[in-house]
Write a protein that binds this ligand. Sequence first.
Ligand SMILES: *[C@@H]1O[C@H](CO)[C@@H](O)[C@H](O)[C@H]1NC(C)=O
Length: 457
Amino acid sequence: MAEAGATSSATQAVLALFGISAAVMALYMATLLYRVVSRITKSASAAREVKSKGSAKSAAAPAAAAAANQQGGAKQGGGARKADLKTLIKQSKAAEKIAATKEDMAAHHALFINTLKGHPDVINAAAWSPNGRLLATACDDMQLRLFDVADVSSQHIKFKWVQAPQAALGVGFGNDGSSLVAALRGIPDVVHLVHYVPHKQGGAITFEPAWQKQAVLGHEQLLEMAVVPGPQSEALGVPQAGGIAVLLSPKKEGRVFGLAAGGSLAEFKPNSFHNHALAVSANGRFICVASFTADVMVWEVQWGRDGYKGTPKVMDLKGHKSQVMSAAFAPDGSKAITASKDGTMRIWNLAVRYQLQEDPKVLLNLPLPLPTGQCFDRMAWGPDGTIAAAVGGFIHFIDNRSGKVLEVLHAHDGRITSMQWSPVLLRVPGADEPAAVLASSSSDRRVRIWRSPASLQ
Ligand SMILES: *[C@@H]1O[C@H](CO)[C@@H](O)[C@H](O)[C@H]1NC(C)=O
């Protein structure tokens, strides 16, 4: 009797498990459907928004208006769901046309230098080569693109493709300045890290994987990746010191990989409910995470004579009263900026003896120049001292000393997915001196190139 009872309760447990997995599966299918539908309705509402703003100048406006009218007609005629979906798709096409004419608006801004076209899908990241000669992009269309930006203002910028087996989520340059490190989206939602190295074949150059690592964040997705190429080691007398790739999951920990062979060096844990942004200093020394907690942790990647030593947490930026949404290091790693839901942005002096438990001091504490409740999604500190801060499709340029907003740009029609300053100053049209240059990538399938407002003063 007892045995039979045990069997039946085991059976019940199995059945319950099946029930749960069926429920999970149904939930997954429902989210998929939701994503598709919300994508369509989003573009449709964008079309309506543009229409209501009355962009009479735009040649495509009548198309959107016609599409909107048609939708009204379909509703009045008691049209079935099918008809609604059709008009929604039409509207999203009209919205795309309008976006194409908006191109000109951005192009007339004093800070505008160029638009890099040729991406058919969301661009997830962009990166400059260490000498500012090349710009790489990571696109959802499973391609890395390598643009030759020797002249950033050229109307004929050429690019090479590097075909990846999956959607590209992140990209950066490897130790020799011409190899590429890419984060790819595996299935189901894991992240692979691949190092592509150029090979000469006759006259052509092709990129082949030198090493690849599967599921580098375990079962987590990627929030952001930063790649810092390092000097090759012999010069330093440090056998292993080289570049690093730093990857952060949206919910859990981050990891540091060595670029030489793709070895995992360290794991760092923000211990937070949710991570919002990753910042790595240009020399690869400091890492910080803007997260759900008000304190910002800073880790140091340490190298010794015998190679890699460790990545301990060395500082806390304490003072914000609510979650921190974005952060960036000054190019020399001496300062950091953070922006928080508490309505402030703060600039921190990191040049303290943290080995002796000295805490970084706040140099500036200013109200965010945004409507209440809004915060910067990402920030980047330029080589001329100008800080770029993005919210949605807008970029604010901020002076690092006064915190004053120098300029606000409507840079993209979609969410800005990355902002990267060229590590070196570049020649720009109409200026005698080289200037700091910013690249922004977006879900609107464009990369745009801007000059720093400091270059106009
Ligand atoms: C701040 O900006 C000034 C120029 O206004 C620059 O000289 C200085 O180096 C910048 N500081 C940092 C840490 O970027």
